[in-house]
Design a protein around this ligand. Structure first.
Ligand code: F0G
Length: 462
């Protein structure tokens, strides 16, 4: 008998479903689902430090995985069902140089670099868990809609495990080439929908509802179980101490939802004594959460949030044909599917939401890279948001802050090159339409003759 099950998050419903049902919403009321556990019946570690004993057992793939070495905190599969490709070997790095740039004290800013995952983004934390559940239910085909990283991640898990065929839905012209090339390389059937991410997600949900195809977007509650472990590794990187703040970019809001659940569970299990605050950073061109929380007063309200506010917001979005638009293509999303779970996370973590414009995003991305960590634009939103929250005085210089860098620099090289080269054509094509005209951190290549003297002169040596 399993001690894990699925449960509707709505407090007036709380319907439960078997672990082996394939669901992406409550069958009774349509709300989102959580994976829940009878913790009383499970062997919960007494202290987070207990996980350290797995460090010496790296030949066991489950102990090697940065997700599954915490398997006691996401105990839904049998060990033999777990699909792992060595995800989660990611690190928390103190970065004092960057701290100085954003007005933080030395020793207080940490970067959780999820670009080191096998497919180059945090998505692998979730996809190992979703693939595991897909195997448990005997799925033959998996699918997702994506702004690029989810598709790369799903494709690599399907490709390496050989367990499933996979199909990915992407918006046409809406995906950075690094990510598209991964889906193609790993052998995913790639459908370029004539629309954006929100359209692609709506279509893949329709198709999966009618056919036996296992959906791996973050409406899949098992995926979010894997993403909880990003926070476990942050705590691990801080010697199991809780930071003051977690800062994360918000797109479909899977990460922020998973982080809220992680801290809620750790606190309930007595494994941490306090919960960090959470800052979710939207791109201004895709600022649904920011707008709803800060301008329309939408709140979790113990799960009885005002659905009318959300409905009328989306209706006016449709009436005006308002589409998400940002250079941070990973988070170019106007209808975040985990909106309600993110509201819960904001309550659990006493969180805040902010938006940053593309100029802030591309500058912050370049600043992060100049200080040692390549990341993609969506991850740059994190530091841009931190900078803004420092200026507002919401985050103090002495607070201990962990920022999640969600994706690798090489995911979107076109934008990086456009930023640095100063090539007017490239910039006109990429940056200017988004209102970006300044490139203060640009490091332009120097064109020189094929001649030693010219090279020495360019180096200031001749
Ligand atoms: N950062 C990166 C690099 C992402 O790829 C995404 C989401 C996010 C942040 C936002 O995370 O959805 O949990 O709030 N990318 C999805 C995709 C939507 O299809 O790859 P979220």
């Amino acid at each position: 008998m399993s001690h894990a099950f699925q449960q509707c998050i709505h407090p007036d419903c709380q319907a439960t479903f078997d672990l082996n049902q394939i669901l992406t919403a409550c069958e009774k009321c349509g709300s989102l689902l959580d994976v829940q556990y009878d913790w009383d019946q499970l062997p919960v570690p007494k202290s987070l430090k207990d996980f350290e004993r797995r460090w010496s057992n790296r030949l066991n793939p489950l102990d090697f995985s940065g997700v599954w070495r915490f398997r006691d905190l996401l105990p839904f599969p049998k060990d033999s069902d777990i699909v792992t490709i060595g995800e989660g070997q990611t690190i928390l790095q103190q970065n004092d140089r960057l701290a100085k740039h954003v007005g933080m004290d030395a020793g207080r800013l940490f970067l959780q670099y999820e670009g080191l995952n096998p497919s180059g983004s945090f998505k692998d934390n979730g996809m190992t868990a979703a693939s595991t559940h897909a195997r448990m239910v005997g799925a033959k085909m998996t699918a997702c809609a994506s702004t690029g990283n989810t598709s790369a991640s799903l494709a690599i898990y399907a490709g390496v495990s050989g367990l499933f065929q996979c199909v990915v839905f992407v918006g046409s012209g809406k995906i950075a080439y690094g990510k598209l090339s991964q889906a193609l390389d790993y052998g995913a059937t790639t459908l370029q929908i004539k629309g954006d991410f929100d359209d692609a997600l709506a279509r893949v949900r329709e198709v999966c509802a009618e056919h036996p195809i296992y959906l791996c977007n973050s409406v899949n509650p098992f995926r979010l179980e894997g993403q909880k472990t990003i926070m476990f590794r942050v705590l691990e990187g801080l010697g199991w101490e809780v930071p003051d703040w977690i800062v994360v970019p918000g797109g479909n809001l899977g990460n922020s939802s998973a982080f809220g659940k992680a801290f809620m569970e750790l606190k309930k299990l007595g494994l941490i004594d306090r919960i960090p605050r959470l800052a979710i950073i939207n791109a201004a061109g895709a600022g649904t959460l920011d707008d709803l929380v800060n301008n329309k007063d939408l709140q979790w309200n113990d799960g009885r949030n005002d659905a009318d506010i959300i409905r009328s917001y989306y209706a006016s979005m449709d009436a005006d044909d308002r589409r998400a638009s940002t250079l941070a293509s990973a988070i170019e999303i106007n209808r975040p599917v985990n909106l309600v779970k993110a509201l819960r996370a904001l309550t659990i973590c006493d969180g805040v939401v902010r938006s940053v414009v593309d100029q802030q995003i591309v500058d912050a991305r370049a600043l992060i890279a100049a200080n040692g960590f390549g990341c993609e634009p969506a991850s740059g939103a994190t530091i841009a948001g931190l900078q803004q929250l420092r200026e507002e005085g919401v985050i103090a210089a002495s607070d201990r802050v962990a920022c999640v860098l969600t994706g690798h620099q090489l995911k979107d090289p076109d934008l990086t090159v456009a930023y640095h080269t100063g090539d007017p054509e490239k910039q006109a094509e990429k940056l200017h339409p988004a209102g970006v005209h300044l490139t203060p951190h640009a490091n332009s290549p120097v064109v020189v003759e094929n001649d030693k003297h010219a090279i020495l002169k360019a180096l200031g040596l001749g």
